[in-house]
Design a protein around this ligand. Structure first.
Ligand SMILES: [Zn+2]
Length: 201
């Protein structure tokens, strides 16, 4: 019944096996002391399997950033991109906002592409530090002069259990010329003072 990930013939990008997930969830309900056949729980494994397809869809997103060409040379800011992710240590949600500032190198990205990129890396098993780095890494690879990504996340695994810490976790990743403290600080001022959600796209 148990399958090693190495036995999976298909790569993680292939569709998930919802029937198998349903069976395993049913088993978890039994182990918790529940009756999976009672009315309220009967459809729960199926609902969760359907939900997993959606909230773990990041593995199957190919979010190549479409570009348009621009003479823009100032920082471009995309603020308050909502994300929902699942902590890989506890399989509980963490969620919040991601802010992206980048300095273009002749091309700019549409906001919907940046949102898609956030989904690609958030809708999977994740930790916030890696989420932040992966988004910054992919934007950098697409050819910008520098990028700064900030994530503000609340973690249910910290709120519901353990130390019951309610704080918001902040993580930051910078690449390229954003490694320069002065340039990064300018971007941070823009980010946190930006009245408009998106200054320029
Ligand atoms: Zn956790």
């Amino acid at each position: 019944m148990y399958q090693n990930y190495k036995d999976k013939e298909v790569n993680p990008r292939s569709p998930i096996n919802k029937r198998k997930i349903e069976k395993l969830l049913r088993q978890i309900l039994i182990e918790l002391g529940e009756n999976p056949d009672r009315e309220g729980l009967l459809a729960t494994p199926r609902r969760i399997a359907d939900m997993y397809e959606e909230i773990f869809s990041g593995y199957r997103i190919e979010a190549g950033l479409e570009v348009s060409f621009s003479e823009e040379t100032d920082s471009i800011i995309a603020k308050d991109i909502q994300f929902y992710s699942m902590c890989e240590h506890h399989m509980l949600p963490f969620y919040g906002k991601i802010h992206i500032a980048y300095i273009p190198d002749g091309k700019v990205f549409g906001i919907s592409k940046l949102v898609r990129l956030v989904e690609k890396y958030s809708k999977r098993m994740q930790i916030q530090e890696r989420l932040t780095k992966e988004i910054a890494g992919e934007i950098m690879e697409m050819g910008v002069k520098g990028v700064l990504v900030i994530a503000e996340g609340e973690h249910l695994c910290m709120k519901m259990r353990g130390v019951r810490n309610d704080s918001v976790i902040l993580t930051m990743a910078h690449r390229g010329i954003m490694e320069n403290k002065e340039i990064r600080e300018n971007a941070l001022v823009l980010l946190y003072n930006a009245k408009a959600k998106i200054r320029s796209i």
